[in-house]
Design a binder for this molecule. Structure first.
Ligand code: NAD
Length: 501
């Protein structure tokens, strides 16, 4: 990583452009000599040149991970390993501002958001999984045998091996460490492929690993794209034992095919088209506040975010009005402006996709309650990838805008008349990641939560996370669960030992 970390101020042409390198076997390298540009979502200015890993560099990273797996990493005791991981968390916190600046420069998200969620969670992910592996009990079965002596069966966990982590751009450090934390805690070594849009915090983490004394080769980073680039080279590499992926469902399917060669396990955290169900008996203000966050936080670029809102008819008009007011009050601005409620989208390409849905919604007959376009931004920000927070009503349930994941700051609000109808419409999707239910009726809350087809249901809240709980998607939103001891299912091989007594 180059010496100067970009500041969180609006990048200007004078901002030094950094070189972001691959991190292989404890050293920063760019053997291929090929670089790609990374632009600021806030201003459009060039902020970094990122080394694209060649097939040979990916191979070197996998080999380094393999050597470390059987070398110094394997020889550590569990307390030695977990102490190092606590050290990683502490060092991230010590370098909090560097991580914050790098993350904000790559994503354009408000400083207030990144400093409360992305960076603290990035550090916490190492601590929590160090605690999990230290405290998880084993299991023993006493088995009767015909000779009366019996046998003891006990299960022990071994690392799964070299883990490839393919990561998205929306919560870059948080979602990457959600994989690397448990992988390392379980004794694996990793090769991380960050999103091409957000390379900096993954690269910076290499400095932390070296500072703390994590053996070289345990943590490696290769930059690049998906097809015919680092993502494909890594997932197709026969030296990779398991692949953990977060990103679009379409990409997950491609990765699953790559994993089929060698029958390697995959953990897939994928897209969503998450519903919110708002009942007339809800605490109205809390439902509005929660839905504003679930629709517009991180400019709508949260996999758990709401894009479909179903509101019980008696409060439909009032709900639409209040959400409109909230959306219109949200200030779009620079990350370091304390008034900023929403940043830009991640890239020009993603803005093209989101705006295509803004147009499609109108073609499909939507009433645009608010937004629907590109805001006028002041000089310095005009080159950024801004869009207006947008609310629609009046679309049929089968409209593309209501069925396809947009991943922008937008939602469609529809009225419903009874609970069964609301549940059926919420479930009428190929996705099944998350849902929010807003009601003060306790019985209804349990009943509806039980019937929603999703990996996570929040009642009277959204994004309230306890890292010990299972996290993952139903249907096409994912395969497997991570979090707490559930991560051990993927990051370890459980081995049964049977002892005849
Ligand atoms: P994406 O699928 O475009 O990219 C994710 C990663 O996969 C990137 O690193 C990319 O370079 C890599 N990739 C792309 N094609 C590949 C290929 N053929 N082989 C190997 N790697 C490849 O996703 P994104 O746009 O970065 O992220 C947004 C998506 O992620 C949304 O769909 C969102 O819902 C989803 N997401 C899900 C969760 C979850 O926990 N379920 C969390 C965050 C984001």
């Amino acid at each position: 990583v180059a010496s100067s970390v970009p500041t969180a101020e609006i990048p200007s042409i004078e901002t030094p452009v950094r070189d972001v390198l691959n991190f292989i076997d404890g050293a920063y390298v760019s053997a291929s000599g090929r670089f790609f540009d990374k632009r600021s979502p806030v201003s459009g200015a060039l902020i970094a040149r990122v080394a694209e890993a060649s097939r040979d560099e990916v191979d070197a990273a996998v080999k380094a991970a393999r050597a470390a797996l059987h070398g110094p990493w394997a020889s550590l005791t569990l307390p030695e390993r977990t102490d190092l991981l606590y050290g990683v968390a502490d060092e991230i916190n010590r370098r909090f501002d560097d991580f914050l600046e790098a993350e904000v420069a790559d994503t354009g998200k408000p400083l207030s958001l990144a400093s409360h969620i992305d960076i603290p969670r990035g550090a916490a992910n190492f601590k929590i999984f160090a605690d999990v592996v230290k405290n998880v009990p084993g299991e023993v079965f006493e088995t009767p045998t015909p000779d009366g002596q019996g046998a003891l069966n006990y299960a022990v966990r071994a690392p799964v091996g070299v883990v490839a982590a393919i990561c998205p751009w929306n919560l870059p450090l948080l979602l990457m460490t959600w994989k690397v934390g448990p992988a390392l805690a379980c004794g694996n070594t990793v090769v991380v492929k960050p999103s091409e849009e957000t390379p900096q915090t993954a690269a910076l983490l290499g400095e932390v690993m070296n500072a703390v004394g994590i053996p070289k080769g345990v943590y490696n980073v290769v930059h690049g794209f998906g097809p015919d680039s680092a993502g494909e080279f890594l997932t197709k590499h026969p030296g990779v034992d398991a692949i953990t992926f977060t990103g679009e469902t379409r990409t997950g399917a491609v990765i699953m095919k790559a994993a089929a060669d060698g029958a390697r396990p995959v953990s897939l955290e994928m897209g969503g088209k998450n519903p919110a169900l708002v009942f007339a008996d809800c605490d109205f203000d809390k439902a509005i506040e929660g839905t504003l966050r679930s629709c517009f936080a991180n400019c709508g670029q949260v996999c758990l975010g709401t894009e479909r809102v179903y509101v019980e008819r008696p409060i439909f008009e009032a709900f639409v009005d209040a959400l409109k007011k909230g959306a219109e009050a949200m200030k779009l601005g620079a990350p370091d402006d304390p008034e900023t409620g929403m940043g830009p989208l991640i890239s020009e390409e993603h803005r093209g996709k989101v705006l295509s849905y803004y147009r499609k919604a109108v073609e499909e007959g939507a009433t645009v309650v608010t937004g629907g376009g590109v805001p006028d931004m002041p000089a310095g920000l005009a080159g950024g990838t801004w869009v207006q927070p947008t609310i629609w009503t009046g679309l049929p349930d089968d409209a593309a805008t209501v069925t396809e994941e947009i991943f922008g700051p937008c939602c469609h609000i529809a009225p419903f008349d009874d609970e069964a109808e609301a549940i059926a419409r919420a479930n009428a999707t190929g996705y099944g990641l998350a849902a929010s239910v807003w009601t003060t009726n306790l019985t209804r809350a349990h009943r509806v939560a039980g019937r929603i087809e999703a990996g996570i249901v929040w009642v009277n809240s959204w994004f309230l996370r306890d890292l010990r709980t299972p996290f993952g998607g139903a249907k096409q939103s994912g395969i497997g669960r991570e979090g707490g001891t559930y991560s051990l299912e993927f990051y370890t091989e459980l081995k049964n030992v049977c002892i005849k007594l």
